[in-house]
Design a protein around this ligand. Structure first.
Ligand code: NDP
Length: 452
């Protein structure tokens, strides 16, 4: 049977673009790709990239005070959202163009249209046109999830933050995960009055407990009004904003209520189940280790599969798919020891097991230190850094590394290489410190603070 394409990709985000580009440029495949919104997907258009630029913008909050402490004669300024937003919009448009250009150069045919599955070898575009393909890759990502409650339609999501015409004066952020904590810190830094509700006992569930406590303490010290064990009961529009009734009995008025309560795979109305594709929890495409769905011609990568919802993981999954299906080199995406960073202030970089996870797996030694870093300490700021290594008592392997510090995301990338290679605590110890840095503490912790 002849097909219009060797590969048709639905979704122009991190995973889909990488797979399309590699299949076309490295395997000579005839590739089509459909994207209904803007090329680049969540990461580029309404996720990692604009968020990180906002992290940078927010990071200047202390710059003037710090500069004065270091002897500079400077005068304070005010953050101008509209100025920043215009530059942000330009940058996203530039990046979108880069993504599109890369696809075009690789010979991928782009359709600026929604596409759904018509059958295991056919996609249908919004105008009704059908395209056939030997293989179809679902890379449609995810979308924010807002639970149903009275007034839930008044809530906004992270998608809306990048579209603000002006910054709200008072915002309520609901959730305790990556997005809630990152935006709480960013907006607080930009001068917004931030209240954060988290339904559990401590934010960043699933991360290392000591790090979670450290970050929560830092966020509160910076002025985020963090209320744990608290959720939204209802929202009503009132004259001066949005009135929120909380489950702890309290109530207050905010200018915006941002729900960062998780994301769901984008599979609704895609024709997947009709084509026989099995979906898992929350509607994710169920895939095997090769990213193949229950229908052999259809594969899926990235957030739509709800494995690890991170851009670099989606990219690896897309590349592994191309190796496997188009280059005769069966390759599994490696989901083990994936490092990550939460861009709170201070940042949190982590790789491997938490102390709590490691305890269940055998005897461990825990090395941990908290200290005032030189740069902010000199400026008189009370910030504290946390560095932690979890070590298997018998094999001596470093099982986990947790860093809460400015630039922790940069540091954890390098620690992750050593840990991925199987470094032992003694390997860390025999590595000479780089002085004076914060990261040198990673190779100078001599005595465990706990064993277990
Ligand atoms: P998360 O899964 O990280 O956090 C969701 C939060 O919402 C949790 O605190 C959860 O509480 C809470 N929640 C869920 N349902 C409800 C509800 N019905 N009512 C109240 N609270 C609720 O999701 P995010 O949306 O923050 O981020 C989605 C994913 O995107 C992340 O998991 C991550 O993979 C990725 N991401 C990565 C970033 C990075 O690498 N820096 C940045 C942003 C996103 P509970 O803990 O009790 O379940």
């Amino acid at each position: 049977m002849s097909f219009d394409y060797d590969l048709f990709v639905i979704g122009g985000g991190s995973g889909g673009v990488r797979a399309a580009r590699l299949a076309a440029s490295e395997a000579g495949a005839r590739v089509g790709l459909a994207e209904e919104y803007r090329m680049g997907g969540t990461c580029v258009i309404r996720g990692c990239v604009p968020k990180k630029l906002m992290v940078y913008a927010s990071g200047f909050a202390h710059a003037v005070e710090d500069a004065r402490a270091y002897g500079w004669q400077v005068h304070g300024g005010e953050f101008d959202w509209s100025l920043f937003k215009a530059r942000l919009d330009d940058e996203l448009t530039r990046l979108e163009g880069v993504y599109r250009g890369n696809l075009e150069r690789a010979g991928v045919e782009i359709f600026d249209s929604r596409a759904v599955l018509a059958d295991p070898h056919t996609v249908r575009l919004a105008d009704g046109t059908e395209k056939t393909a030997r293989h179809i890759l679902i890379a449609t990502g995810g979308r924010p999830f807002v639970p149903e409650f009275p007034g839930s339609e008044l809530a906004i999501t992270s998608n809306d933050v990048f579209l603000f015409e002006s910054l709200p004066k008072r915002i309520l952020i609901v959730g305790g995960g990556y997005i809630a904590c990152e935006f709480a810190c960013i907006l607080n830094g930009l001068g917004v009055e931030v209240t954060q509700f988290y339904r559990g006992a401590q934010i960043l569930r699933g991360f290392d407990d000591e790090a979670r406590g450290h970050i929560a303490g830092a966020m509160c010290a910076q002025g985020v009004d963090l209320r744990v064990g608290c959720n939204v009961q209802r929202i009503d529009r009132v004259e001066d904003g949005l009135w929120v009734k909380a489950t702890d009995g309290g109530d207050a008025v905010f200018d915006a209520v941002l729900f960062a309560t998780g994301r769901r795979p984008n599979t609704d109305g895609m024709g997947l189940e009709e084509a026989g594709i099995a979906l898992g929890a929350n509607g994710a495409v169920a895939v095997d280790e090769w990213s193949q769905s229950s229908v052999p011609s259809v594969y899926a990568v990235g957030d739509v599969t709800d494995r690890i919802a991170l851009t670099p993981v989606a990219i690896r999954e897309g590349a592994a798919f191309v190796e496997t299906v188009f280059k005769g080199n069966p390759t599994r995406a490696d989901h083990d020891l994936v490092p990550g960073a939460v861009f709170t202030r201070p940042e949190y970089g982590s790789v491997g097991l938490t102390e709590e996870e490691a305890r269940g797996r055998g005897p461990i030694e825990v090395y941990s230190t908290a200290f005032r870093p030189m740069q902010s300490g000199f400026a008189g700021r009370p910030d504290r850094v946390m560095m932690k290594l979890i070590v298997a008592a018998e094999s001596r392997k470093v099982l986990g590394c947790h860093i809460v510090a400015d630039q922790a995301g940069e540091m954890i990338q390098l620690a992750a290489v050593a840990i991925k290679m199987g470094a032992t605590k003694e390997d860390f110890d025999r590595t000479v410190a780089v002085h004076p840095t914060m990261a040198e503490e990673l190779v100078t912790m001599k005595v465990p603070v706990r064993t277990g």
